[in-house]
Design a protein. Sequence first.
Length: 521
Amino acid sequence: MATREIHPSLAALDMVCVETSAPPTAMVVFGASGDLVQRKLLPSLAELHRRGLLNDQFCLLGCSRSEYSDEQYRKLAAEAIQQSARAVPPDKLAEFLDKVYYLSGDYADPATYARIESRLMEIRRKHGVSGCNLYYLSVPPLLYETIIERLGSSSLSRRNDPQCRLKCRLVVEKPFGRDLATAAALNGTISKWFDESQVYRIDHYLGKETVQNIMIFRFANAIFEPVWNRNHIDNVQITIAETLGVEHRAGYYDKSGAIRDMFQNHMLQMLALVAMEPPTSFDAEAIRDEKVKLLRAVRPFNCQWDPQAGRSIVRGQYGAGTIHGRPAPAYRDEEGVAPDSKTETYVAARLYVDNWRWKDVPFYLRTGKRLAKKNTEIIVTFKEIPHSLFGSVGLDHMPPNILAFQIQPEEGISLRFQAKRPGSKICIGTLDMKFRYKDIFGGEMPESYQRLLLDCMAGDQTLFTRFDGIEVTWKLLMPVLEAWSKSDERPPEYPAGSESFPQADALLEADGRQWHGLAAM
Ligand code: BG6
C-alpha cells in the first residue's frame, strides 16, 4: 500500500516521501453525533478521500443515541465537513457521503450490537469491503468499558475465534483513565477482548507534523545526536500555551484539570520524543519501547515537599482578564464550572530524567489555558561556551545556543547562535537561523487526525500509545494528584491573558534560569 516518491520540485531538498494509503476498511464510530466526530473525524476522512488516500472499499457506520436516518446524518456530516477549514469539492463530498450510514441505539443494550453487525454486513457487501472493521470510541469515557465489553461479547470482536473472518481494531480517544487504578482497569477491560496489536490509543499531538519531526530531526541528522546530552545541554523547556478557556467542556474539564487533560498525555509524550534513546528501527514496538523506557526514568515527584528544595510542580487557575483586547471571564465564572472549583488550568513542573544521558538536566514543562498567545514549542538551551576570548571588551559570557522546535501555530525550527556583525573588529550579535514550514512547503499543515486515521486503517501503531506507556505516566503523577486532592488550597490565580505567573516563574528562578518567552524565537 505504500508509495515511494522522490519529489521533483525542490532541488535543494531531496525529499523522500513514503505515504500510506488506506486499505479496505469498514469503520463503526460510537458517539457519531458528538463534537469531536463533527469537528475532526468526518472532515479528516473527507479530506483523505479528496486526497485519494481513502480506499474505494470504505464505509462508515455512525452510531449514537440520537435518532437520525442515514439521510439526516449525511446532512449533518456535510455541514460539519463544509464548516471545517479545508474545502472539499462538491463531487468529492458527495462520493464520501455515499459511504456514510447511521444507526441509533443504546450502548448498554446487547441488541444494539446485533443490529450493528447485521447493518455492517449489509453495507460492507454493498461497498465490497473486504478488509478490517475499525471500532472508534468517541464517547464520554464512562461509556468505554460498557461498549468494549459489549463489542467483545458480541461476534463483532471474536478475539479467540481462530476462524474469525474479519479482523478488527479498536480506536480509543483520551482520557485513558483518570488515575493509575482507572487506567489499569480500562487496560484490563480492553485486553480481555482485544489483543494489544489491535488497540490504537489516540494522542492527537503525536499526529502533528512538527511533533513527528522531532524524531526525524534527531535521528536523520548526524550533527545533533552527539551533543544531545548532559555534557552539552543546559535545560529543555516544553510549553503548550492556549488562548482558549474551558469553552463548552466544563463538565469534563472541571473534573480533570490541566494535569489530566494535557500534562499526562501531550506534554509527557513530547518529553519522551525529545529525550528517548535512539530506537533500533522506525518500527512501532522499537519506538514505543524507548518512549516507555524514558518515561520510567523520570524522577518521581517528591510530594513531602521540602520548602528548601522548592516545589517541583505548581498549578494555577485563570482569573478574569483580557485576551486580544477582549474581556475574558474567570475560570470559576465559566458556565458549568463550580464556583469554588480548585481545578487547575495551568501546570508547570521541573522534571529530571535519571539516566546516563540526562542526569541533572532540568526539563521544564508548562501548559495552561487562557494565556496571552497560542503557542506550542520545545526549547533546547545549550551550555555556555567554556571560555570567552572576548573578556577584554566586556564579553565574559556569551548567550547560549538555543534550538527551538515551534510545534504550532508557526511550525518551524530555529537555531540561535552568535556571529560577527559587519563593522568594528569585535562586533558580535545573536542571530536566529530559521526554517518555517510555510515558507518551504506552503499552505497549512494536514490535520493530525488525517495521519492518525490513515495509520490505524493501515495497522501502523507507531503514533499510538501502548498500555504500559499510559500506566507509567499515571504512576508518575499519582503522588501529585493525591497531594492536590487532599489540599484545601485554591490554586493561585493568574489573570486571563498572562504569559505566566509568579509560582511558575519561581520554579526556574530558583535554578537561576527563566522561561524563554512565548514564541520568543
Ligand atoms: C485536547 C485537550 O487534548 O487538546 C484540550 O483536551 C486542548 O483541552 C487541546 O484544548 C489542545 O489541542 P491543540 O491541538 O489545539 O493544541
